[in-house]
Structures are given as C-alpha cells and as structure tokens.
Design a protein around this ligand. Structure first.
Ligand code: LP5
Ligand code: MN
Length: 240
C-alpha cells in the first residue's frame, strides 16, 4: 500500500499526555507502513531550543528515531511555535528539516508544502511579528539566553498571542487567496498542502485555467488529523 502521510499542528505538550500517546501510536502503527511522513510545523506547543527539551517529550524523539531507523523518511517544516527546532533535534529524531515552501514530488505530481502562517497576509500584526522573530540575528540571540529566560519569554509571547487571537476577526486569521495563488504560481504547482489555520478542508479552485487544489491539515487538540496521499488521490482523515 503506497501512501504518504502529512500531519501538522500536533502542539505536543506535557499537559496533554493523551495526545503524546496518540502520536506515538500513530508513529508505531500507521506511519510505520508509509512511504514517508511529512510534519508541516507546530509539532510542539512551543520549542525554545534543542537543549531545553522537556523530559515528557523525549519518548516522541525516540519514537521518531525508531521510525527513521526502520527506513521511513521523515521530514519536518518549522511552524510558528517550533521554529527554534534545530540540527540537534534533527539528528536525534532522524527528521530531515525542510525550508518552509518546499516543492516535493508526490507520486509524480509536484506539490508545494508549507506551514501556512506566511499565507495569512491579512493578519498584518502577525506578519510584522513574524519578520522580527524569524530573523536570524534575533534567533541567535534568543538561543544564547538561559533556558529560564527563554521559558519566560515564550510564556509572555504565548499570553500576548492568546489575547491578540481572541480579539482578531477570524477571517484575517485564514490564508489570503492572492497570497496562495502567488506562491503556487512562483513554484509552478497546482497543489498545495499546509496547516496552521486549524481549518481542515480540501479547496478546489482554478489557477490560470488549470484545476488547483489546496489541502489544509487540521490540529491534534481533540483527535489527530492526517492527510493520506496515494498516487491517485489524497484524503483528509483522522488517525486511527
Ligand atoms: O500561535 P497561535 O496559533 O495561537 O497564534 C499565531 C500567532 N502567534 C504567534 C505567537 C506564538 O504563539 C508565540 C509562541 C512562540 C513560542 C516559540 C518560542 C519563542 C522564542 C522565544 C524564546 C527563546 O505565532 C498569532 C496569529 C495566529 O497564529 C493566527 O495566524 O494571529 O499572531 C499574534 O498573535 C501576533 C500578534 O499579532 C503580535 C504580537 C506582538 C508581540 C509583541 C511582544 C510582546 C512582549 C514579549 C516579551 C518579550
Ligand atoms: Mn501554526
């Protein structure tokens, strides 16, 4: 059974051990038979550096490594919560880090994969924040701080973000269709897979006279969302 799996927005956190367990089961049962597994960002609730992995998350790294050692290719894109995942995590988990906006060959069909946050261009305040927080110089500075200081900053940012998200109109927190079409054109693709918005759906639309498709992954707060792609078609599903 040739199948490639896509997941995102698991937001793994020590406070939700049942989702950590669900993910471990997914890795050992479903992903073990896949051609590849792509994790499109926000695997973790937040990540403040590879040197500060909380012990309850260690088994996740071991489970990923186990899968990689069994020959299943694992790929990871950063999300807006875990963009500080680095080379050490990649080495220990056996995941290959991909840049945001990567074209992959999905059974012969060029497919663009992203986290999706960069497509939410109507959320101007977030895009401004993103440019700053994702700058290399700031990241290098953040990573040089003590774990306690980083924890503190992450907590403040989460609190601020929670307040902001509550007050923002929900429409501006979805992707902007023009931004979608622009990046698809730039990469010459008619298929896009992303997460971030937690609005699982397959959108069909026309792009320069061709049929295009945007497949949006859901989150793992209540249950696991997975996109299963075979050579002929992709299906949005829940994990078993
Ligand atoms: O995360 P989510 O989905 O709830 O909301 C996002 C956008 N918010 C974010 C911020 C993250 O949640 C913050 C957590 C990151 C922790 C990672 C490690 C931190 C590194 C530092 C430690 C070393 O991404 C949210 C979007 C929403 O998606 C929908 O797309 O709207 O955007 C915001 O809320 C951003 C605000 O609009 C602007 C925030 C300005 C913050 C100013 C700094 C405050 C003071 C910080 C103290 C140092
Ligand atoms: Mn996200």
């Amino acid at each position: 059974m040739h199948e490639t799996l896509f997941i995102s927005d698991l937001h793994l956190d020590r406070e939700r051990p049942q989702i950590i367990e669900l993910f471990q089961r997914f890795l050992s049962q479903e992903a073990a038979g896949a051609d590849a597994l792509f994790i499109l960002g926000d695997l973790f609730e937040y990540w403040i550096g590879d040197d500060a992995c909380a012990p309850p998350l260690e088994p996740v790294i071991a489970a990923l490594k186990n899968l990689a050692d069994r020959g299943i290719p694992l790929y990871l894109i950063h999300g807006n919560r875990d963009f500080l995942i680095g080379k050490e995590f990649a080495r220990r988990s056996g995941c290959r880090l991909l840049p945001d906006a990567q074209v992959i060959d999905l059974y012969g069909k060029p497919t663009l994969i992203m986290h999706g946050d960069s497509l939410c261009t109507d959320d101007v305040a977030y895009q401004r924040f993103r440019r700053i927080i994702r700058s290399r110089i700031l990241q290098r500075l953040l990573i040089s701080l003590s774990v306690a200081m980083r924890q503190n900053i992450a907590k403040r940012l989460r609190n601020k973000s929670r307040q902001e998200v509550q007050r923002k109109p929900t429409e501006i927190m979805d992707v902007n269709q023009q931004a979608v079409e622009q990046i698809m054109n730039q990469n010459d693709v008619t298929r896009l897979i992303h997460g971030h918005t937690h609005r699982p759906k397959i959108h069909n639309f026309g792009l320069n006279g061709r049929a295009a498709r945007r497949m949006v992954l859901g989150d793992w707060y209540e249950q696991g969302s997975v996109l299963r792609c075979k050579a002929k078609h992709c299906k949005l599903d829940s994990v078993l």
